[in-house]
Design a protein around this ligand. Structure first.
Ligand SMILES: [Zn+2]
Length: 434
């Protein structure tokens, strides 16, 4: 569908009559500004037409639309190749290859192997939630190398699913596209309405951070090497394994012990508690089937304002990895708030790729995954907190600024309120002493 949607978009941004009307309104507001929110809508709409070629000559418009269409296909091919390599590089382990792996992980690996027709084996799928624990705990160095290589070679295997040529083609077309608009490179075009504003600002920030980050990596690897001794040289597939040993050795911290306090269901409750505390949102599970879902694993809550009892929207949670699902974690809206054409409530969704636990087992996640879970929920809260008349203003923030509130929400995971009430041991239900 991507090329068709791209073509459809181009017919709108390149509609000469429509753009002349927008331009007339825009120029009139330069003399007589509108109320702040209306003005913002006018500025955003005008800018997006201009950025997408509304002012080009007819033949440049045609070329612009052709490039946009081709790019949309290439982006889709790129993602499909990554997904292909995630789904087709599963590492199966035998009973003899489970050294160091936590029991819960082994159980879910067995369940996935069975579901894939590999009864009696254990599946390490090529996704972050599966490779992370494996690389952290497995004592099988050769297998760590294989699992690491599979993951970091997604789209880079020299076969028909290889992305290298696509990347070169995407970069070439992006440049060609923005040169039509008079920009000297794609970064200049892309960053003009992002917080960095210019490529120079972005590079300056990165170069300020880079040497410090590299120096810290060198320190960490030196600690790992000291524990590993002279037998091996620490390689990328050893990082997580030895980082865990360093944590135990230096700080007496055991990630698997921490994990015992991080149950996905409890974390979900904790997030909803925080949302109530900060934004007066109340979450009520919808279990009567009145809200259709696209997969049986998807859970739904009704979100209400505690004080006014007003319906704010629905929150969908799709927690588990499954075949065909994009990897990683993200938040999205199926519908955003607006009052323009009658008040619409928000349909927001959080999506992650946790490995589904074996029947009857609690889903325990790492501290990093718990942080990400809170982070993505921060985006959902942003959607639920929207209070705009014009739908355009829901996406009218600086695209990257939206990470700010999410990063603030992450901090709530480590608060006493959350730790004492929700981070309880999965077996005895108690918070950690001390
Ligand atoms: Zn984010």
């Amino acid at each position: 569908m991507a090329p068709l949607i791209s073509e459809f978009r181009s017919t709108i941004t390149q509609n000469e009559k429509l753009f002349q009307r927008i331009k007339t309104v825009y120029q009139a507001t330069k003399k007589t500004p509108l109320e702040a929110d209306k003005q913002r809508v006018v500025d955003l709409v005008y800018k997006s037409f201009e950025m997408n070629g509304a002012e080009l000559s007819p033949e440049n418009k045609e070329q612009y639309a052709a490039i946009a269409k081709e790019l949309s296909s290439l982006y889709t091919d790129f993602s499909n190749n990554v997904l292909h390599d995630e789904e087709n590089y599963i590492t199966y382990l035998s009973d003899q290859q489970l050294g160091g792996l936590p029991e819960g992980f082994v159980k879910s690996a067995a369940a996935i192997a069975q579901a894939n027709g590999h009864e009696g084996e254990y599946a390490i799928t090529n996704t972050r939630s599966s490779i992370d624990p494996f690389l952290t705990y497995s004592t099988e160095r050769e297998l760590r190398k294989q699992v690491w290589t599979n993951f970091y070679s997604r789209g880079d295997n020299g076969d028909e699913f290889d992305n290298n040529k696509l990347i070169a083609e995407i970069l070439r077309l992006r440049r060609e596209k923005v040169e039509l608009l008079g920009y000297s490179n794609y970064a200049e075009w892309r960053l003009q309405d992002r917080m960095a504003k210019t490529p120079e600002n972005a590079i300056n920030l990165m170069e300020a951070v880079w040497p410090a980050a590299l120096a810290r990596v060198a320190e960490e690897v030196a600690d790992m090497q000291a524990l590993a001794g002279n037998e091996i040289t620490i390689e990328p597939w050893d990082y997580r394994f030895y980082a865990e040993l360093v944590r135990k050795d230096k700080y007496d911290l055991d990630s698997d012990e921490v994990k015992q306090y991080l149950q996905l269901d409890k974390l979900t409750e904790a997030m909803q508690y925080v949302a109530g505390r900060l934004f007066d949102f109340e979450f009520t599970p919808v279990t009567d089937g009145s809200v259709p879902v696209f997969h049986e694993d998807v859970k739904v809550w009704e979100v209400t304002n505690k004080n006014t009892r007003e319906n704010v929207g629905l929150w969908y949670l799709d927690p588990y990895a499954r075949s065909g699902k994009r990897s990683g974690a993200w938040a999205t809206t199926y519908r955003s708030h607006t009052t323009f054409d009658g008040k619409k409530n928000v349909l927001a969704s959080n999506n992650s790729n946790f490995v589904k636990p074996a029947e009857g087992e609690a889903l325990l996640v790492s501290w990093d995954d718990a942080t990400t879970f809170f982070h993505e929920f921060g985006h959902a809260l942003h959607f639920f907190s929207s209070n705009v008349k014009y739908p355009t203003l829901n996406s009218g923030w600086w695209r990257d600024y939206t990470e700010f509130q999410s990063q603030l929400l992450e901090r709530w995971l480590a608060t006493d309120e959350v730790i004492s009430n929700f981070l309880v041991h999965n077996e005895d239900g108690r918070p950690h002493a001390g």
